[in-house]
Design a protein around this ligand. Structure first.
Ligand SMILES: [Fe+2]
Length: 258
């Protein structure tokens, strides 16, 4: 029961983060106590990233490690979720312990961290981003996923990019062109769908100086080599092609509509 509650609570957090709205910490904390869950058909877009004590924790996946086979292999999922994502969570907690007192209060939600990103040390940026990005990424995939987005997101993609195939091409291009490690994104920026990418574990919610991608995430793809090297070695294009077979479009549409 506790696990279900915390997962619902993180979902609420994700939905709030996704709005890009600046929310006071008291309201935000009250959201943690909410039982609201975003149910998408038979899918629960529920990600837990905080436990009952308010500490960041590794979310449980909604599918088994082999659930995305043959497109994304079990060994990659075991290491990606159980080792890499776990390391971001562990190192985020360690980094929080080293913060100045005035920043500790602001570190209790990822939303607050991202809002004040430039005030935090690099370890919080890397590991907080890594925790959020991966939590989101797991929810945006599912067994027997793929196909095409329906509803308002499907309409918006066609209107913006001309066709779903053209959208896929542009998103795949952004994924390929991200030099080194990073993420490709579909975001809502000023009311419009925009494709872009970020380096390392940065994400479009982080308030950072410069021209980096900003917006509310709708779709995310991890293009770090750790996401595909075991199965695809250096062939990022093969991994990107596989991703389209596991996309959870219902989850993406829920983010779009939130
Ligand atoms: Fe990753």
């Amino acid at each position: 029961m506790e696990n279900n509650n915390t997962r619902r609570n993180f979902l609420k957090q994700t939905a709030i983060l996704s709005t890009g709205t600046i929310i006071g910490s008291s309201l935000f904390n009250s959201a943690f106590a909410s039982e609201t869950a975003l149910n998408i058909g038979n899918q629960n877009l529920e990600l837990d990233n905080v436990n009952a004590q308010g500490l960041y924790t590794l979310p449980k996946l909604e599918y088994n490690y082999d659930g995305l086979e043959p497109h994304i292999d079990k060994a990659t999922m075991e290491i990606h979720h159980g080792k890499h994502h776990q390391a971001y969570v562990t190192n985020l907690k360690k980094a929080i312990e080293t913060l100045d007192k005035n920043l500790v209060e602001h570190s209790k939600s990822l939303e607050n961290i991202f809002e004040k990103m430039s005030k935090f040390p690099e370890a919080i940026r890397n590991n907080g981003g890594g925790h959020y990005n991966h939590s989101l990424f797991w929810s945006l995939m599912k067994p027997n996923g793929g196909g095409t987005p329906k509803g308002k997101l499907g309409e918006a993609i066609t209107t913006t990019f001309g066709s779903f195939d053209e959208f896929k091409k542009q998103f795949s291009d952004a994924s390929m062109k991200r030099f080194g490690s990073g993420w490709a994104w579909l975001v809502v920026q000023d009311g419009k769908l925009v494709i872009g990418s970020t380096a390392n574990q940065d994400n479009p919610l982080m308030r950072l100086r410069g021209k980096g991608l900003k917006g509310k995430p709708v779709l995310a793809l991890d293009v770090w080599e750790h996401a595909y090297y075991l199965k695809n070695q250096n062939r990022r294009a093969d991994y990107i092609a596989s991703f389209w077979n596991v996309v959870n479009w219902e989850a993406a549409e829920a983010l779009f509509n939130s």
